[in-house]
Design a protein around this ligand. Structure first.
Ligand SMILES: [Mn+2]
Length: 220
């Protein structure tokens, strides 16, 4: 939607129906979260094109953040420094927390969104199903059985920790089911791809909602 108002200041505006001015023009968020263990910055734009820079000090996590951005069509910048000399646990969790907070902030009161999302992602022999709901009630049902303790240097137990953090801090209901899979890298990557596509569906603006909160209760 083109606008001539001076406040636009050349910023890209969302290409969504907004004729009633019921929706925010931008769905972006910047969060910096600093603790004694980590310093994490997340900058995101829900109406992006999938651009991503991720420098967390945990290479496999960077690889997965790229999946979220690319397949979620979210522009995502994640910068983190943490106590990875101990292990990746704190950095992995705090990136999840900060990403969850940024998602929640960018969604605001969740007006006009589709709200639900689901996807079935194959990656070679792996087949992962994700269903999510921006319900306002954090819940994770985690059904992955990852056969090895590590992929590269990444502890595969951290996948669950990452999603726990995202769920709690974005107030999302998330179900992850492993229908098939042998290779740990494939299982995890298919999970992030299915999550990203589900996210994309759920955060999409539903033009028929006309900017209303997608709940019969009127609040999420
Ligand atoms: Mn990969």
């Amino acid at each position: 939607m083109q606008t001539s108002d001076a406040e636009g200041k050349g910023k890209a505006l969302r290409q969504v129906p907004n004729s009633l001015n019921l929706l925010p023009l931008e769905r972006t968020a910047f969060i910096r979260r600093t603790t004694g263990e980590t310093d994490v910055q997340v900058n995101l734009n829900l109406d992006g094109t999938g651009k991503c820079t991720a420098t967390t000090g945990v290479p496999f996590l960077d690889h997965m953040l790229h999946q979220i951005a690319s397949h979620g069509l979210i522009d995502l910048e994640v910068q983190a420094t943490g106590d990875i000399e101990i292990d990746d646990h704190h950095t992995n969790e705090d990136v999840g927390i900060t990403l969850g907070q940024a998602l929640g902030k960018a969604l605001g009161d969740r007006k006009g969104i589709v709200r639900f999302g689901n996807f079935l992602a194959p990656l070679d022999e792996a087949l992962i199903q994700v269903a999510l709901d921006f319900s306002g009630r954090p819940h994770l049902s985690y059904g992955l059985q990852i056969p090895t303790q590590r992929v590269g240097t990444y502890d595969t137990q951290l996948v669950r920790e990452f999603f726990v953090a995202v769920v709690n801090h974005s107030q999302m209901t998330l179900h992850i089911r492993q229908l098939d899979g042998i290779n740990s890298h494939h299982i995890i990557e298919a999970t992030f791809k299915a999550f990203a596509r589900s996210l994309r569906m759920a955060i999409e603006i539903d033009p028929r909602r006309a900017g209303k909160i997608p709940s019969s209760k009127g609040v999420l």
